[in-house]
Design a protein around this ligand. Structure first.
Ligand SMILES: C[S@@+](CC[C@H](N)C(=O)[O-])C[C@H]1O[C@@H](n2cnc3c(N)ncnc32)[C@H](O)[C@@H]1O
Length: 259
């Protein structure tokens, strides 16, 4: 079973997505998207609603920010965060079956969602359907093969990360995303890498939060038990004391235009 976005996961994700690492990533995402006042935008897999809340300010009261998510707990967070903003609306729906008419939005965005969707090509064709001609799509996804994590036990690290790959459908979606976007009817106008680098294991960095999620998820997979999963994460605390901690991962931003 892949990662479940229930209430507990939603709270942990909300914390992680407010670390400076992810705040910086969102800032770059906004800059590339350059939303204008009055535009309508759909956020596919809106999650805790941090991006949606910021986009609501960009489009203003004459614009629209719609968000869909399959998790009721995530949607509740988005609704609370955007409470009182008439330009926002949220619906429980699957990325592969969007509850909107054709050519309804100026932009469709999605950050760290399509890798969880079983039929990614269907989801991208749905995004194309609801976008107006000339409208833009912007997607950010992680390549989990890009992780560089210092360890004295590479074999354990390999098993843990192999088990973690089971938390989603496609752990390396960016490698095929450009061709999939073209197949779905987009031209790809821009692609860039957004790295996260942590040289210290402190509680307000991305890898502190994600390593806790990984430790919890891998327990019982690939022959890993709770003790080993905890030992894997405890190594980072020991490294931090010795000044040896290092983590990095790459996220990829793709922008496209509906032809
Ligand atoms: C890693 S979170 C990212 C949340 C948000 N986009 C962000 O970057 O803050 C993934 C989100 O995608 C949602 N999700 C996963 N698969 C989905 C699907 N098939 N349809 C709709 N939402 C989905 C999850 O419920 C979760 O809220």
């Amino acid at each position: 079973m892949t990662l479940q976005f229930d209430d507990e996961a939603a709270l942990a994700m909300e914390r992680m997505y407010q670390t400076p690492d992810v705040v910086g990533q969102r800032a770059r995402f906004h800059q590339a998207l350059a939303l204008r006042h009055g535009e309508s935008v759909l956020d596919v897999g809106v999650g805790p609603g941090l991006l949606a809340r910021e986009m609501a300010d960009c489009v203003g009261e004459t614009g629209r920010v719609a968000g869909i998510d399959q998790s009721a707990d995530m949607l509740a967070m988005s609704e609370k965060r955007c409470d009182g903003l008439a330009q926002t609306d949220f619906s429980k729906a699957d990325a592969s079956e969007l509850p909107y008419p054709d050519e309804n939005f100026d932009a469709v965005v999605s950050t760290q969602v399509y890798e969880y969707v079983p039929d990614i090509d269907k989801a991208l064709s749905e995004a194309a359907r609801v976008l107006r001609r000339g409208g833009r799509i912007q997607i950010l996804d992680t390549a989990w093969d890009s992780v560089v994590w210092n360890t004295a036990d590479p074999s354990r690290m390999h098993r843990v990360m192999t088990a973690w790959d089971e938390h989603l459908h496609d752990p390396n979606l960016p490698t095929t995303l450009g061709s999939r976007l073209r197949e779905a009817g987009f031209s790809v106008s821009h692609c860039e890498v957004i790295p996260i680098i942590n040289a210290s294991f402190h509680s307000n960095c991305y890898s502190h939060g994600i390593s806790a999620a990984i430790r919890n998820f891998v327990n019982g997979r690939q022959g890993i038990n709770q003790e080993e999963a905890s030992a894997w994460r405890n190594e980072f605390k020991e490294q931090e004391e010795r000044g040896q901690y290092f983590f990095s991962l790459n996220r990829y931003l793709f922008a496209g235009i509906k032809l």
